[in-house]
Ligand binder design. Structure first.
Ligand code: GLU
Length: 304
């Protein structure tokens, strides 16, 4: 399998400039290292009809090219089940019946990091298990043997984060993102993961899970997010932030692409030109504050 990088959007709506910037970065990282570039639609959750087609259209419009067919997570249930079965056979899972509220209200286990699952269902006896099974469907949790794990990140250096008994399959039967992402990256030959740095805290869980499944841990590069003028992660409510919104204000796709490239210290023009000079070491390390593309960035007739 050719080593590959990837972009893995959740089809919950149109991509905004922050998502497009991350996609361009993932593409630059992959292409500049001779990797294939793959697209995976993470539609297990949060899928909106029509969003996938809009996302693919916008990625293509901005110049992001990908190899092979687009993979959809909803087609891959059997592969996730198989991974969970392997973990279960190794004694590394358990059934959990806790509601969100019960977890919030449970006293945290001694020495447990904040926000970690308190372990309520970790050691249920057979009678308790039988009773709980009759009350509600179970989620499947990892029986973690560590409380923290360390990963290396090309941009962020060494990062150690919490690993708790996180959910592998929700109690509605949907495979959890942390399991699917690890299994899919491995199955697709993805050995380089470039994504927003909001996912850095989940990365130790994913790398630990990979180690349990005998999957090599990919190279990680968590890139700074795009934020609004209040410093919060950019969102749809921040105004014209999608290609379609911006087009309505007269901003072309090329304007948006060039604006993104400028924010990365890269030359305007098609992505091949940026690729020719791309060097991860020179990327800005902080978030990019999006303040729109003002009239100075749009072609103004009559001005030189
Ligand atoms: N589907 C996730 C998202 O859109 C990204 C997951 C990943 O890149 O690992 O936030």
């Amino acid at each position: 399998m050719t080593p590959a990088g990837r972009f893995a959007p959740s089809p919950s709506g149109e991509l905004h400039v922050g998502n497009l910037r991350t996609a361009i970065l993932a593409w630059l990282f992959a292409r500049s290292t001779g990797r294939d570039f793959l697209l995976r639609v993470e539609d297990l959750d949060r899928a909106r009809a029509g969003a996938e087609a809009e996302q693919l259209r916008d990625l293509a419009a901005i110049g992001v090219t990908w190899d092979g067919a687009v993979v959809r997570q909803t087609d891959r249930g059997a592969v996730y089940d198989d991974a969970i079965r392997r973990l279960t056979d190794a004694g590394l899972t358990y059934e959990c019946f806790c509601t969100r509220r019960e977890i919030q209200e449970a006293p945290s286990a001694p020495h447990a990091p904040q926000g970690a699952y308190p372990g309520t269902c970790r050691n249920l006896g057979p009678a308790e298990l039988d009773y709980k099974r009759s009350t509600r469907p179970a989620a499947v949790r990892l029986r973690s043997e560590v409380t923290a794990y360390t990963v290396q990140d090309v941009l962020q250096g060494e990062f150690t984060g919490v690993v708790d008994d996180f959910v592998l399959r929700r109690n509605d039967g949907v495979t959890a993102y942390n399991l699917a992402v690890v299994v899919d990256d491995a199955a697709q030959g993805i050995d380089q993961v470039v994504r927003g740095d909001d996912l850095l805290p989940s990365t130790p869980r994913q790398a630990y899970l990979a180690s349990l499944l005998d999957i090599p841990v990919p190279e990680y590069a968590h890139v700074p997010l795009v934020v609004n003028s209040d410093g919060a992660r950019l969102a749809k409510r921040d105004g014209a932030v999608t290609l379609a919104d911006l087009a309505r204000g007269g901003v072309t796709v090329a304007n948006v692409r060039d604006h993104i490239l400028h924010s990365l210290g890269l030359p305007a023009g098609n992505l091949a030109e940026a690729l020719a000079v791309f060097q991860p070491g020179t990327l800005p390390r902080g978030p990019w504050v999006w303040d729109g593309i003002g009239p100075s960035h749009t072609a103004t007739p009559g001005l030189p």
